[in-house]
Design a protein around this ligand. Sequence first.
Ligand code: TRP
Length: 338
Amino acid sequence: MEQPTNRVFSGVQPTGNLHLGNYLGAIRNFVGLQETHECIYCVVDMHAITVWQDPKELAHNTREVAAAYIAAGVDAEKQVIFNQSKVSAHGELTWVLNCVARMGWLNRMTQFKEKAGKNRENASVGLYDYPVLMAADILAYRATHVPVGDDQKQHLELARDIAQKFNNDFAAFGGEEFFPLPEPLIMGAATRVMSLRDGSKKMSKSDPSDMSRITLTDSADDIAKKIRKARTDPEPLPSELEGLKERAEADNLVGIYAALADMTKEAVLQEHGGSQFSSFKPALAELANEKLSPITGEMARLMEDTAYIDSVLKSGGERADAIAQPILAKVKEIVGFV
Ligand code: TRP
């Protein structure tokens, strides 16, 4: 079985409220990678149900993430776009990897601790096992590179540990170097988009305030309003990066501007240093609309054509399955399943 050297796998959860942070921090980067890599982009519906999802909304949100991939510019024919539950290898490989991963490793996962909160006894077993499913996602394709944000670095480390332990445990049975250790692709500078209401918190789909985030279903008016009302301080923008220290909200808006314009923050400050927010915010709103409206418009159009989205997911699922099945078959042989 040949091992590709440049296979990318990544996933986004269909849990609603896709926002600017998801776009700038993940989806936009998926587009550039297709020039140089073979890309598999997954809508991870099996991860989503680790916390309860309304079935109708899950289906809608699954199509919406697929629409976002396509609208952002992922080529659905050249690359693979599909939803996780279509390919049984994810679940099957998870079981084998569950038996490789150690309790002690999972007990260190900070995301589980945060998501489960105080009431850990009531968290689903799936939420605890979430990182093993994520490892299976990547390893089922023997992917070599994984674009991830900061918050997923620990999970990717775990995937590497699991791959390595599998390779060691079964070294004498064909497992030696069977799984490549997936490398993180850390994404561009301004990928941490913060809440518009509180510059110390990440922009999040679960923030109760809709004003805290720009979503990919917002209209131009919504976007302008959210930026106009974004929290700021009374000072004008500084001309140097240094001047953004201790000014989380100003830093965030400059970072968003830089990411959307494909500039450095320094360059943004050279242009806008000395401006009041009363003039910077309208400039940012205009830029945001210029960059986002082609994507949000195309997403809205695609969401009217669910037959097309479903056909993309079906074809992607078949192609993903064709890659994963021989790998899974080999895993079964290695561990001694007759
Ligand atoms: N856990 C990731 C997130 O919430 C999504 C994800 C699932 C993923 N499987 C993956 C990302 C595999 C990269 C590779 O952001």
